[in-house]
Design a protein around this ligand. Structure first.
Ligand code: FAD
Length: 493
């Protein structure tokens, strides 16, 4: 039996492991952290659970191909319970508040009431969100392995997407905001995704929620990662945790296996890398193997930015339900070179397993960019800790100003920065997702093969923008299909 080694036990690595087992290989995953799951993570503090990933999981609608993939890896099934949330997010400005409800009719009605001057633009937006419900992520096989029949089927499924792309494909969220007159509508269009994101991404994200295909599994991100780990182990896979890899050993055109940080060498017939690609190319293998397009994206921070966050988690001494995710204006806060005058809070009251009865976990987020990452990185250890505490205190003040009812009832549990994701997952600039696609630039996508090394394949959210959990999970499957194709076996797994 041929042996596959998977580098990295995030969602992509676990998925690769499970599909490789399905295909009949012997599989070992090597993960540097004590727990697998990577960025799909949560942790406990003072008896509370801080869930730090799933705001929506694309693929929760039964009958979709992506749902089948999530089911295969053990993430969800027919019995999975979901959070009873009914909106994507809300934006406040002055005394106005507007929401993107899962119910599009309700959203349209309320937005028109709040911003009658934008009625035409609102109707157009909602109509195109309806069209965007037809967007699917190809999950059967990599696109370059698709035949004419597959393309015809995909074309039928995505029948309405060309309308969305025509209207919103060539503008970013800032341009979209410019189409509205009402100030609060402008904020609604730029609050969730950074202003330079392509506008269609916002419509597709909202459509995913509105179509019931983006639910939040109960018990959160860590529990989901652990279910996938369980599936992997039950199928006979071996997961090594606390096992950081130093390098992938390459001789000529062949990856011989991996060398761990403690010097252990492990041989393999195939290696699937599921670590961050910035770490793969340059640290695990020589940087010269990096595909040209990927290199260009890393070199061009303006065209291919990444996003992260400065975040804080709080315990609230009350049942702070009904707020979900809300963005609001705040007194400007300067972090490094950049100043922020909007921030968001998200209430986790929807999941009773995160806090004792009558209490709630609340998280605050200030979006961070490449340059913010560099700021945090430039600080010495003590200064970093001091600044983190200082900014968390500043966020607390702003939250209490916006929600005076929380005065005396809010306590900081933890705070973290883009550096946290880099330290924990080796994530490039602490990014949550892959490269942002900006207007006028090609969507980042590469095949997951490494020119010059025949038996090394690449999975992970960086292989296709915008990244996120669905790309991570399908990329693991796709990497195994590439091995099968190389062996001239059926890619149906
Ligand atoms: C705050 C936040 C919110 C998010 N919200 C959503 C959401 O709502 N919906 C959504 O779809 N996505 C969301 N995401 C994105 C999602 O979490 C990621 O896209 C996904 O988890 C990436 O999976 P991955 O396996 O590609 O990469 P990673 O999770 O980065 O996994 C890589 C793994 O490799 C390991 N590793 C690194 N170096 C080594 C080494 N040298 N040796 C061994 N192991 C190594 C890491 O520890 C890690 O476990 C969110 C992310 C964050 C941080």
């Amino acid at each position: 039996m041929s042996k596959v080694i998977v580098a990295g036990g995030g969602i992509a690595g676990l998925s690769a492991g499970i599909y490789a087992l399905k295909a009949g290989y012997e599989v070992e995953i090597y993960e540097k952290n004590p727990i697998a799951g990577g960025e799909c993570m949560g942790w406990n503090r003072k008896g509370y659970h801080i869930d730090n990933c799933i705001h929506w999981l694309t693929g929760t609608k039964q009958g979709t191909k992506l749902w089948e993939v999530w089911k295969t890896v053990g993430a969800i099934d027919e019995d999975t319970g979901y959070a009873d949330t009914n909106r994507f997010y809300s934006s406040r400005l002055g005394d106005k508040e507007v929401s993107l409800w899962n119910d599009l009719d309700r959203t349209q009605k309320e937005l028109i009431e709040q911003a009658p001057e934008d009625e035409e633009e609102i109707r157009k937006f909602i109509q195109h969100v309806e069209y965007a419900k037809s967007c699917v992520i190809p999950s059967d096989k990599p696109m370059d392995m698709m035949g004419i029949k597959d393309y015809i089927e995909m074309g039928k499924e995505m029948a309405y997407m060309p309308k969305v792309m025509k209207e919103y494909g060539k503008v970013n969220c800032a341009d979209l905001a410019g189409r509205f007159k009402s100030p609060v509508m402008k904020k609604l269009m730029t609050d969730y995704l950074p202003a330079d994101y392509t506008a269609y991404s916002l419509l597709v994200s909202y459509a995913t929620m509105a179509s019931g295909n983006g639910n939040i599994p109960l018990e959160g991100s860590l529990a989901m990662s652990l279910r996938i780990v369980k599936r992997f182990r039950e199928m006979g896979g071996v997961l090594h945790t606390n096992a950081p890899i130093r390098k992938i050993v390459v001789t000529g055109k062949k990856a011989e296996g991996i060398e761990l940080e403690d010097g252990t060498m492990v041989k393999a017939d195939y290696v699937i890398s599921a670590v961050d690609t910035s770490f793969l190319f340059g640290r695990l293998i020589d940087g010269r193997y990096m595909p040209k397009d990927l290199r260009k994206a890393y070199e061009n921070r303006k065209a291919y930015p990444v996003t992260s966050g400065f975040q804080a988690a709080y315990t609230i001494d009350s049942d702070f339900s009904g707020e979900d995710t809300i963005f609001f204006e705040c007194e400007p806060l300067r972090i490094g070179d950049n100043s922020f005058s909007r921030m968001s809070v998200k209430s986790y009251a929807y999941d009773k397993s995160f806090a004792p009865e009558g209490k709630t976990v609340l998280q605050a987020n200030v979006v961070q960019s490449d340059s913010d990452y560099l700021y945090w990185e430039s600080l010495g250890r003590n200064e970093y800790e001091q600044k983190k505490a200082e900014y968390a205190e500043e966020l607390t003040k702003r939250i209490v100003k916006e929600f005076p009812e929380l005065s005396g009832r809010i306590e900081l549990l933890d705070c973290w920065t883009p550096l946290t994701y880099n330290r924990y997952c080796n994530a490039y600039h602490g990014s949550y997702m892959g490269f942002v696609t900006t207007v006028g630039n090609k969507q980042m996508r590469f095949k997951g093969v490494v020119k010059g090394i025949d038996n090394l394949f690449v999975a992970g959210q960086w292989v296709m923008s915008p990244g996120g959990l669905p790309i991570a999970v399908i990329s693991g499957k796709f990497a195994v299909q590439r091995i099968l194709k190389k062996e001239k076996r059926s890619i149906e797994i």
